[in-house]
Design a protein around this ligand. Structure first.
Ligand code: AMP
Ligand code: MG
Length: 280
């Protein structure tokens, strides 16, 4: 039997370094078939998301949160656009996390994250997340190691709590190669519609590639759990990356099996009322 997306992309003990960013372990082989499959996944995801919203309207507390991490240009925004774009935007909750503000820094590192959690019935996307507090913060020594290291456990406890509160967390590392990043950064410089996105700081982070890979490897390994699993998405091909995240989401929602709540009214009585009501 073919492995599910959750089996194919789940973090292994060998870490992200063992995954080829151009790999396609399952699913479509080319861009054209990926487009067709993505459309089909979109219909499934949208229908399930509608049911999740209805369930919450009926008192349910469940929600789904997709956490996106990856080096600059890895496609976090692209996934929000192309996978988030598959569902009713009314039920989306998208948040991106940049350099913390003064106010955010005055609180614990999870404060700003808690405020952006998807409410019941919603599908949340985090473009960067609390993981920056063990990634850039570690690589750039923004706080001492005895501050960032205990965060692995804080994160694990936080995500377990989310699970108990009905939020299913799906963590995706968008795994690109340094060569692909080079192409994408150069493409930003060359394209008048992309150059605004070019940030010289991305090249500083690029120069620290090995330190980032080490930080990613440890963060993923230490915070991977069945309650909040990590998936490593081969992301050098944009169409494969979108298909892979959509597949994970479709499988996750299918397993949640959200249920439309039963009617709160006496359907027959209401039918009769409509029929006998004569507007003047
Ligand atoms: P972008 O995602 O391109 O808008 O960039 C956001 C920037 O914010 C990246 O350079 C991140 O490294 C940085 N950033 C995000 N979270 C933190 C954090 N907790 N501490 C320091 N820098 C952060
Ligand atoms: Mg950026």
């Amino acid at each position: 039997m073919k492995p599910s997306a959750r089996e194919a992309f789940r973090l292994t003990p060998d870490g992200p370094a063992a995954v080829d960013p151009r790999d396609r372990p399952i699913g479509p082989r080319d861009k054209a078939s990926a487009a067709g499959e993505l459309a089909g996944l979109g219909e499934r995801i949208d229908a399930l998301q509608d049911a999740l919203h209805a369930e919450a309207a009926g008192g349910g507390t469940r929600a789904v949160l997709v956490v996106l991490q990856g080096m600059d240009t890895s496609g976090k925004g692209g996934v929000v656009e192309h996978v988030g774009g598959l569902v009713n935007p009314a039920w989306l909750r998208v948040a991106s996390f940049g350099r913390p503000t003064e106010e955010e820094l005055s609180h614990d590192f999870l404060w700003r994250v808690r405020r952006q959690l998807p409410p019941p019935g919603r599908l949340g996307f985090f473009d960067r997340s609390h993981y920056e507090d063990v990634l850039v913060v570690r690589v750039d020594s923004l706080v001492p190691e005895d501050v960032w290291r205990p965060r692995y456990e804080q994160i694990t406890a936080f995500e377990a709590e989310l699970g108990r509160n009905g939020v299913t967390v799906l963590k995706c590392m968008l795994h690109i190669s340094p060569d692909e990043q080079r192409e994408r950064l150069l493409a930003r410089l060359d394209d008048p519609q992309k150059v605004w996105k070019y940030n010289p700081g991305d090249v500083d982070a690029r120069a620290k590639w090995p330190a980032y890979q080490e930080a990613y490897a440890e963060a993923l390994q230490r915070t991977d759990s069945d309650a909040a699993p990590w998936y490593v998405i081969p992301a050098d091909r944009k169409w494969y990356r979108n298909w892979a995240v959509a597949s994970l989401l479709a499988e996750t929602l299918t397993e949640l099996d959200p249920k439309f709540p039963p009617a709160k009214v006496d359907v027959e009585a209401e039918r009769a009322r409509i029929e006998t009501t004569r507007p003047v």
